[in-house]
Design a binder for this molecule. Sequence first.
Ligand SMILES: NC(=O)c1ccc[n+]([C@@H]2O[C@H](COP(=O)([O-])OP(=O)(O)OC[C@H]3O[C@@H](n4cnc5c(N)ncnc54)[C@H](O)[C@@H]3O)[C@@H](O)[C@H]2O)c1
Length: 389
Amino acid sequence: MKQIKIGVIGVGGRGALARCAHLPEEGCKIVAGVDVNDEHLKKFKEFAGDDVFISKDYKKLLAIKDIDAVFVTSPDFLHEEHALAALLAGKAVYLEKPMSITIEGCDRLLKAAYKTGSKLFLGHNMRHFPVILKMKEVIDSGLIGEVQAGWCRHFVNYGGDAYFRDWHSEQKNTTGLLLQKGAHDIDVMHWLMGGYTKTVVGMGMLSVYDKCKRRSPDVPGCAKWSSAQWPPLEQTGFSPVIDVEDHNMVMMQLDNGSQACYMQCHYTPDAERNYTFIGTGGRVENVGDYGVCKVHVWTQRGSRENPDIVYNLKPLEGSHGGSDPAIVREFLRFVRDGIKTNTSPIAARNSVAVGVQGHKSMRSGCNAQKIPQLPKDLVKYFENGQKRK
Ligand SMILES: NC(=O)c1ccc[n+]([C@@H]2O[C@H](COP(=O)([O-])OP(=O)(O)OC[C@H]3O[C@@H](n4cnc5c(N)ncnc54)[C@H](O)[C@@H]3O)[C@@H](O)[C@H]2O)c1
C-alpha cells in the first residue's frame, strides 16, 4: 500500500479537518503545515508531533518532494493561489469550498489540473451529509417522479457570530456570502436535481448588520460564536468594513428544464438548511440537516403534517454530522486508488459561478445572468475521473 504524505496550508480553523487524514496505521501521515499565525502552528505541532515541518511560507511546503497531497484550508481569497501552486508542484489537492471567489479563478484551477494531471478534489462535505444522501436516494429511486422544482431556505443564526466580524464581511475576500455559504447548497441542489444552472436572477440586501456597532480597524477581526449573542441589533464588535449582503435570494433555471430557488438569511434565531424537492409524483423534505434529523416524503395527496414516509436518521461520529471524516476518507481513496467521488470539481465551479452571477444580478438591477459554459474536453476529463482515457 502506497504511503501518503500530507501537507496542510492553513492549519488553524477549518485546517482541523486535515487531522482526519492523519492515519499512520493506514499509511497516511501529516508531515508538514503552513500558517501565518504562530499560535495555530504551535497547536498543529502539538497534534502532528515534533518531527512535523512547519513554516509561514507555503512555497517551502510545496518544495518538499515527497509530499503527495496538500489540504488547502486557508481563507477563500487564497484558495486559487494556494491550490494552483500545489497543482503545479505535482501535489494532489484537497481544496475547501468555495473553489475560488471568481469564475475565472475556478477555470484556471480546472485547466491547471487538466494540464498537469495533478488530482483535484473539492471539499464539498455536504455531499456526505446523511440527510442529503437520503434525499438523493429518494429522488434517484424515482419515488417522487421527475424533479421539477427545488427550494432551499438557509437559516444562518451564527451569521453575526462569524461572517460579519472577520474577513468574510468584505466582497474583496469572498465576492459575497451568497457565494461563500451558498456554494454548498447550490452544489447540493445541482446534484440532487441532476443539472446545472444556466440562468440566475438574484436579490440581496445588507439591512441589519450595517446598523451594529463596529470594532476599531486596529483590532483584528475574530469570529465569536455564542448563542447568548441575541438580538442581532444589540451586537457589537463587527468589522469596520461590511459590504456583503446579510440576506440573499436567487432563482435558478437549470439546463434540464427544472427550476430552483435558494434563500439565505444571516440574522435568524434558529439554524437549519431546509430543502424540498418537488417532482411529478411527490415531494421530499428534510427536517434538520445534521445530527438527529428526518427526511419526509409525500407520494399521495395529503397534508404537510402526515408524510407518507418518514426516515429517521441517526447522528454519526465526527464533525459536520460525520461528513468530515467521510469526505477525507474519500479523498485519500481518490489519491490512492482513483475511486469515483461524490464531489466534483466541475460541480464546485458551477456552484461558484451561480454565486458570482447571482451577486452580479442582485447588484445590478436584478437582471438575469447567464452562467458561462466550460470547454467540453475539460468537462469530459473531470467526468472521466481525471483520467485521460
Ligand atoms: N466545508 C465546511 O464545512 C467548511 C467549514 C468551515 C470553513 N470552511 C472553509 O474553510 C476555509 C477556511 O475557513 P476558516 O473559517 O477556517 O478561516 P480562518 O480565517 O480561520 O483561516 C483558516 C486558517 O488559514 C490561516 N491563514 C490565513 N492566511 C494564511 C496564509 N496567507 N497562509 C497560510 N495560512 C493562512 C489562518 O491563520 C487560519 O489558521 C474557508 O474557505 C471556508 O469556506 C469550510
